[in-house]
Design a protein around this ligand. Structure first.
Ligand SMILES: Cc1cc2nc3c(=O)[nH]c(=O)nc-3n(C[C@H](O)[C@H](O)[C@H](O)COP(=O)(O)O)c2cc1C
Length: 338
């Protein structure tokens, strides 16, 4: 089986440069265990563990699991570092107490997370969709970027990864870049390494896994949908987010109306309104996970096009490794460089 060793695998203590991306309401304990035992980095959003004491327990478990299994994988936590996340400071404190080895920050200023993590050797990668975001994170000494490109599940960026990744490398040559968005196969992984990424982050592929905490309808929709079934909506969080184009998504509309836009821009109302939109969006997403529910609001990226079966996380990772090797060997066979 292929073994890829680079600055990223060494920095993160993994044996294959893949991150199982954090997914709200999808990532869970079983998925993190499979990521660790399969040699990759499993990351979950802290907001999936909102009940009192839940996050502490999981972190203690994963630290123990990792040391007992002497595994080659690792785990990390995704923190939404926005003022509108009321649990941010509390969750950061719990993560630091449990010496979380890796963080992905999204949607705000990562400075506090970076400072806290660096105090004990933790690493922090920041979600970025353009060079301006990246410049701000670099100023705070982030350890790497998650370059979120077009068609990604969740808050997709505007640029294709073939442009965003080399642009980041050109402007910040010493900061490792992870490519995120639309990757669900080994050839996708190899292509990102070729444009300068040190690794990739994969979300949507893992929704159609046996372990994911979502109902069968959602998983089936992932394997039966194509890329043209994915649309962008601002109705869930206020920021453009990719979802499956279900009848319910059509019914509630994909854009905020003029009054909602006004409230989210007005300096007096913006913070509270954004908070309200996010809480409402989270509730809608949660409701959509109840089996048999018809209000289907399902977040997913364009890589649904490439996903055909619901299998275990372990199998998905094994397949990704094998496909990367095949793509590498195939490339050498098909290309003559003279
Ligand atoms: C269902 C779903 C939920 C997500 N939730 C989060 C989240 O809570 N925090 C976050 O930073 N990114 C979130 N993302 C984005 C992923 O972490 C990752 O960037 C993205 O899935 C990569 O693109 P891909 O889905 O095309 O592989 C989510 C993505 C999906 C599909």
């Amino acid at each position: 089986m292929i073994k890829i060793e680079n600055e990223l695998t060494k920095m993160l203590g993994i044996n294959f440069p893949v991150i199982m991306a954090p997914m709200f309401l999808v990532s869970n304990k079983a998925m993190m265990e499979k990521a660790i035992s399969s040699g990759i980095m499993g990351v979950f959003p802290s907001l999936n563990f909102r009940r009192e004491g839940e996050l502490e327990l999981l972190l203690q478990h994963l630290n123990k699991y990792k040391s007992e299994n002497k595994s080659s994988g690792n785990f990390g936590v995704n923190l939404i570092v926005q003022k509108t996340n009321p649990l941010y400071e509390k969750h950061l404190k719990i993560c630091v107490e449990n010496k979380v080895p890796f963080y992905i920050t999204s949607l705000g200023n990562p400075a506090a997370v970076i400072k806290a993590a660096h105090s004990y050797g933790g690493k922090v990668f920041c979600d970025v969709t353009n060079l301006t975001h990246a410049g701000k994170s670099a100023k705070h000494n982030c350890d790497g970027f998650i370059a979120v490109g077009q068609g990604a599940g969740g808050h997709a960026g505007p640029f294709p990864l073939q442009v965003l990744v080399p642009a980041l490398k050109e402007n910040f040559p010493n900061i490792p870049v992870i490519a995120a968005g639309g990757i669900a196969t080994g050839s996708g992984i190899l292509s990102m390494l070729a444009v300068g990424a040190s690794g990739v982050s994969i979300g949507t592929r893992f929704i159609a896994s046996l372990e994911a905490t979502v109902n069968a309808e959602y998983k089936n929709a992932i394997i039966t949908s194509g890329m043209d079934n994915i649309v962008m909506t601002t109705r869930i969080s206020g920021t453009p987010c990719t979802i499956l184009n279900t009848p319910y998504a059509q019914k509630i509309g994909l854009q905020q109306n003029w009054f909602e836009k006004f409230l989210s821009r007005n300096p007096r109302t913006k913070r509270y309104f954004k908070m309200l939109v996010q809480v409402r969006g989270m509730k809608q997403l949660e409701k959509a996970l109840i089996p048999g529910n018809h209000n289907n609001l399902w977040c997913a990226g364009q890589s649904v096009e490439l996903i055909e079966e619901i299998i275990s996380c372990e199998k998905i990772i094994e397949k990704l490794k094998l496909e990367t090797e095949m793509a590498y060997l195939g490339l050498n066979k098909n290309v003559t460089v003279s």
